[in-house]
Design a protein around this ligand. Structure first.
Ligand code: TTP
Ligand code: MG
Length: 395
């Protein structure tokens, strides 16, 4: 069966998020990572490395994984911006939720890239190129960022295609033109050929995909072993790997262990409210609604208790979730008043929320407050917003 596969890859992902959030960085060469306040992509250790260079900095030769000092020599005017991994993860979830509006067959590959099998969605949205245009437009609308998309009959070709016209690219590779397009490309394009294998093949004069194709199979097998057969299939544009849906999230939660046990019910409620706010926002980013709310408590003697309740109907509203979480918490406090070591909340029993583009629904007041709160957090980070119940934390 002929499939239509899309590969979506955000352009200069971390750098574009920084440029979006700070107008002073727009159209400027910027280097995300290293140096002052920056760490590795996980926010720890590994100082002094570029995680992303904006396209303006790439013109000067700055690249990912380059030592920051070297990048600064290539482009002294570049502005160095620290990594904000939490923000990129939250944008990533928004992007993946957008892709899920078009098909459930979405396979995230990394923080900024995913495959989609849209074969079953063609009758709804048009051909692969039409869907690619819609996906790019929706990503821009929801995140303000630009993605490149490749359209092809399989994963390998779709990934090659998404890279062809970056940034803001949209490229198609068909079964008919695949062999001709791949021919002049480096053997490093073939999925699974790492730098060591590539060096070895190149020493034997096999540099391009066309070189690889025209080398006799027994020779390829002596050079690279049994994998020769698979790479030869890729070199001919064939790839039957399927798009695997990501495993569905079972719960979204947040918990906090206190440095000193906390006794004040108001303070505990404020912490819980903040946790509900955070978990509900992440759930909305994934376009989910939950039906089960679990509050977790740990007393100073390390006893851990959970209290759960089921909502009458699935909800993604912070106020609905908060009122249930608060009822659970207050019931616990009436039974066993006293200090706590840990407090947390988790949301589960998910169902997909209605997709905003496909089903226009009338937002309720609570929806509008949540949407505003989400927009503020997106813009200023979680500290930009404090609901009433949280205020006692500031005392
Ligand atoms: P990429 O998609 O490889 O790169 P990119 O999105 O910055 O640029 P483009 O796709 O337009 O070529 O990686 C996505 C993000 O992953 C990138 O923004 C930063 C992070 N990353 C690292 O932290 N370390 C790395 O070595 C690489 C390659 C990426
Ligand atoms: Mg990218």
């Amino acid at each position: 069966m002929t499939r239509t596969i899309l590969h979506v890859d955000m352009d200069a992902f971390f750098a574009s998020v920084e440029q979006r959030d700070d107008p002073a960085l727009r159209n400027k060469p910027i280097l995300v990572g290293g140096g002052r306040g920056g760490g590795g992509p996980d926010g720890s250790g590994k100082r002094g490395v570029v995680t992303t260079a904006s396209y303006e900095a790439r013109v000067f030769g700055c690249r990912s994984a380059m030592p920051m000092a070297q990048a600064k020599r290539l482009c002294p005017q570049a502005i160095v911006v620290p990594v904000r991994m939490g923000v990129y993860s939250s944008v990533s979830r928004q992007v993946m939720a957008v892709l899920n509006e078009f098909t459930p067959d979405v396979e995230p590959v990394s923080i900024d890239e995913a495959f989609m099998d849209v074969t079953g969605s063609l009758h709804l949205f048009g051909d692969g190129v039409a869907i690619a245009r819609l996906v790019k437009a929706r990503i821009r609308e929801v995140t303000g960022l630009c993605a490149s998309v490749g359209v092809a009959p399989n994963k390998f070709l779709a990934k090659v295609a998404s890279d062809l016209n970056k940034p803001d690219g949209l490229a198609i590779i068909t079964a008919e033109n695949a062999a001709a397009m791949l021919g002049p490309m480096s053997i490093r394009t073939l999925f699974g050929i790492g730098p060591k294998t590539a060096d070895k093949l190149e020493r034997f004069g096999i540099r391009t995909v066309a070189d690889f194709r025209t080398t006799e199979l027994p020779k390829l097998r002596t050079l690279v072993g049994d994998q020769a057969d698979g790479w030869l299939r890729l070199a001919n544009g064939a790839d039957d790997r399927v798009v695997h849906q990501r495993e569905r999230q079972k719960s979204i939660g947040k918990e906090q262990t206190f440095g000193d046990d906390v006794e004040s019910p108001d303070q505990l409620r404020a912490v819980l409210m903040g946790q509900v706010e955070d978990a509900a926002r992440r759930m909305r980013e994934d376009a989910l609604k939950c039906s089960r709310i679990t509050v977790k408590l740990r007393t100073p003697d390390f006893t851990t208790i959970t209290r759960a309740a089921t909502l009458p109907e699935p909800s993604d509203s912070t106020s609905a979730i908060w009122s249930t979480a608060r009822t659970l918490f207050d019931a616990w406090l009436r039974e066993r008043p006293g200090p706590l070591r840990l407090l947390g909340v988790s949301l589960s029993g998910f169902e997909q929320a209605a997709q905003p583009t496909l089903f226009a629904t009338t937002p309720t007041k609570a929806n509008r407050i949540d949407a505003t709160a989400d927009a503020i957090v997106k813009r200023f980070g979680a500290t930009g917003l404090t609901r009433g119940a949280q205020l006692s934390r500031r005392k």
